[in-house]
Design a protein around this ligand. Structure first.
Ligand SMILES: [Zn+2]
Ligand SMILES: [Zn+2]
Length: 319
């Protein structure tokens, strides 16, 4: 028989207090998890992968974009492609979608629940149908071998093409979309779950739709593909930039925001945390980037890096 003396009871009570405190902190935080799998842009290989974000809520796994390096990073994290419940594309530029075919195909093997959906801009359905038709015989052969029975049909996931302005539920998320300005049709996504919100901007230059979509979000993952060309060219900072006129979107074919546009979108949408991504394939200093922002939002800015893990909804001090 175990007899607890006074000291033992002291320990037990302390442990119970700690356990209760951590449980209540967790309950208060709620939220869900995101992992940056790729924080670079086109051609990134050395310091960063091409863009990809993994969102996790319990057993729900959603992959948003899948540029080069995505599958390798999933492997490093111990996540199987068959764990992915939905694929999302912000747009169909190669740096955002070129690992779709291998990841999507391999996700058919070992899957316990069927793939819920593939969501993306125009052309997404065509891409899914092409892959399933081109590899049909191979998929049927491999699935039949794995399951040791003849498989006759390949299940086609629900495909949802979005153009901005949609709102729908998928898995444990409520999802809203907004069209943003880029060289081709691009959408930003707002994921809501457990009372918390995450917005992924996609590639863009200044877009009022993004400002509205990201209003007061807990985390905004924001394309900053153009920020360093401005930051490195001169000793520019917020004070010298703030009176400059934004470039007219019609002036030339535009792809990414200038630093002024990034600051403006952050100031107007007031997210609790901004994760700048689509960064160059080299080391970037956060302190240099912060100087581009007014002091009022400077401490809410961080830089994405591959395998960065964040909880949407944690207090700012926890990041
Ligand atoms: Zn891109
Ligand atoms: Zn792009």
């Amino acid at each position: 028989m175990i007899i607890f003396d006074k000291n033992h009871w002291g320990w037990i009570v302390s442990l119970l207090i700690i356990l209760f405190a951590s449980l209540s902190v967790w309950a208060e935080e709620g939220g869900f998890k995101l992992r940056i799998l790729g924080s670079g842009g086109p051609g990134s290989t050395q310091f960063r992968n091409e863009p990809a974000v993994l969102i996790e809520n319990g057993s729900d796994f959603v992959l948003v974009d899948m540029g080069n390096g995505t599958w390798e990073t999933l492997k490093k994290l111990g996540i199987k492609t068959s764990d992915i419940d939905a694929f999302f594309f912000t747009h169909h530029h190669m740096d955002h979608d070129q690992e779709f075919i291998p990841i999507f195909l391999s996700s058919y093997f070992g899957r316990e629940s069927s793939l819920s959906a593939v969501v993306g801009t125009a052309g997404t359905g065509e891409l899914v149908d092409f892959v399933l038709s081109f590899y049909k015989d191979d998929l049927l052969y491999r699935l039949s071998s794995i399951k040791k029975q003849r498989i006759e049909e390949i299940s086609r996931p629900e495909v949802r093409e979005v153009h901005g302005g949609e709102e729908f539920s998928l898995l444990s998320f409520t999802i809203k979309t907004a069209a943003v300005n880029h060289t081709i049709e691009t959408v930003a996504y707002r994921f809501e779950a457990n009372g918390k919100t995450l917005v992924i901007s996609g590639d863009l230059y200044y877009s009022p739709g993004l400002v509205q979509l990201a209003k007061d979000a807990d985390i905004l993952v924001l394309d900053a593909g153009g920020i360093l060309s401005t930051a490195n060219n001169s000793k520019k900072n917020y004070q010298s930039n703030k009176n400059k006129k934004l470039k007219s979107p019609e002036s030339k074919v535009r792809s990414h925001s200038t630093s002024e546009e990034i600051v403006r979108m952050v100031e107007e949408s007031t997210p609790k945390l901004v994760v700048l991504t689509h960064l160059p394939d080299r080391k970037v200093e956060l302190e240099d980037i912060k100087l581009l922002f007014p002091e009022s939002v400077r401490n809410n800015i961080m830089l994405a890096e591959d395998m960065l893990e964040l909880y949407v909804g944690k207090s700012k001090s926890a990041y």
